[in-house]
Design a protein around this ligand. Structure first.
Ligand code: HSE
Length: 433
């Protein structure tokens, strides 16, 4: 089986390393010789430094996807511009494609899977979600007997590293981000990671496989961590919770919810203790119950481990058929059905609220009255003692489970009180039971 590598940056370099260093191991497992026969990279000199002189390097990836020397095209340049054209053309040329590109699958999966199907080839994407964790395989194969009820994951290492540092070392978001960049855990432009877009791409893909719905990135609710205050991490801790950037997909009878936002998780849950840049995904199947998958969600070798697993799958299956034995999205293409995607206002949660109010007598009575008028129970309430006369107290509370539009009304009324001094901080809570 001949592999053509497009892009030999971090993951491309890792893929080359895995395929060469583990060549014998892979041969013993597959009985197939899987070799890199062609490399395409804009920086030919750098690519040559990596692969030496025995493998040809070209600067034009179109040359690679047209080459007869290539059976499997591995796209590792990322983005949805040129990468999309190359992947589509490779599929039309009758080549299998392996990619780690989550944005590409989340935004253009429908079109690309159709192209793969029509051309009797495979488009594999294990590395696109949670790096080295074989979560696509777990959902599509290991849990195929189940109706999946929900999936919840810490699937962005950059933000998990930042949140861990904010909690453990009392850092502000800005300082933790800077540290993450210095250590190589965050990109120079970290927007996609910190604003939750990267996690949203990944949960979009998992939701489709879990529930048999079309890939629909546009409907996903996304809120990142850039406005998160260190104070809320401390107060959440006092209430027995950790704050994580959680990506959640839940299926009800006729609807689904797909969302990414900072979330309070009970600290006793295993997933609440996933720290640093690590990833974890919880999947609840109706027969198996909850299952948890943990590992490195990024990095050269872990991501390459998933890329090469896809190459191995294609190589093994190609002994029988060029088409995959497993449908691209886990469900038969004609069984993928739309379900109503709930707007965030319709989603049920418990909420953590932090209020900044002037310390006046009768204030708490006013707040609790507003909750009572809306028939929403307060499950916990903390009023911090003020140290100096002119200081505002921190008040934070946990509501009972309500739909978000209900808590929004409460927030609006409290913010309209004359004592209110700032926007109320609202964070969602997930029990993950
Ligand atoms: N930037 C991602 C993360 C890794 O921080 O987890 C690649 O998806």
């Amino acid at each position: 089986m001949n592999v053509g590598l497009i892009g030999v940056g971090t993951v491309g370099g890792g893929t080359y390393k895995v395929l060469t260093e583990n060549f014998q191991e892979i041969f013993h497992k597959t009985g197939i010789e899987i070799k890199v026969t062609l490399v395409a990279d804009k920086n030919v000199a750098l690519a040559k430094q990596l692969v030496g002189t025995s493998i040809p390097v070209v600067s034009d990836a179109l040359e690679l996807i047209d080459s007869k020397e290539v059976d499997i095209v591995v796209e590792l340049i990322g983005g949805t511009g040129i990468a999309k054209d190359l992947v589509k053309q490779a599929l039309l040329n009758g080549k299998h494609v392996v990619t780690a590109n989550k944005a590409l699958i989340a935004l253009h999966g429908k079109e690309l899977f159709a192209a793969a199907e029509n051309n009797n080839v495979q488009l594999a994407y294990e590395a696109a979600v949670a790096g080295g964790i074989p979560i696509i395989k777990a959902l599509r194969e290991g849990l195929a007997a189940n109706k999946i009820e929900w999936v919840a994951g810490i699937i962005n290492g950059t933000t998990n590293y930042i949140l861990t540092e904010m909690k453990e070392n009392n850092l502000s978001f800005d300082v933790a981000l800077k540290q993450a960049q210095e250590l190589g855990f965050a990109e120079a432009d970290p927007t996609f990671d910190i604003e939750g877009v990267d996690a949203a791409h990944k949960i979009t893909i998992m939701a489709s496989i879990a529930f048999g719905i079309p890939i629909n990135f546009d409907g996903v609710f996304v809120e990142g961590i850039s406005n998160l205050n260190q104070k809320d991490i401390t107060y959440a801790e006092e209430l027995g919770y950790r704050i994580k950037l959680l990506a959640i997909a839940k299926s009800e009878q006729d609807s689904v919810e797909i969302r990414v936002h900072p979330t309070l998780i009970p600290e006793k849950r295993l997933v609440a203790n996933v720290s640093g840049p690590m990833n974890a995904v919880l999947v609840k199947g109706n027969m198996v119950g909850p299952t948890l998958y943990y590992g490195a969600g990024a990095g050269a070798e872990p991501t390459a481990s998933a890329v090469v697993a896809d190459i191995i799958d294609i190589a093994r299956q190609s002994k029988i058929s060029t088409k995959s034995l497993i449908p691209s999205l886990g469900f038969m293409p004609n069984q993928i059905k739309n379900k109503k995607l709930l707007a965030i206002e319709e989603v049920w949660s418990e909420f953590y609220l932090r209020l900044t109010m002037e310390n006046k007598s009768g204030l708490l009575a006013k707040i609790t009255n507003i909750f009572a008028n809306h028939k929403i129970s307060i499950d916990a309430l903390v009023h911090k003692e003020v140290q100096e006369d002119n200081q505002d107290p921190d008040i934070f509370l946990v509501s009972s489970k309500v739909q978000e539009h209900q808590i929004n009304k409460v927030i609006k009324e409290i913010e309209a009180l004359p004592e209110n001094k700032d926007k109320i901080i609202k964070l969602r809570i997930e029990e993950l039971k």
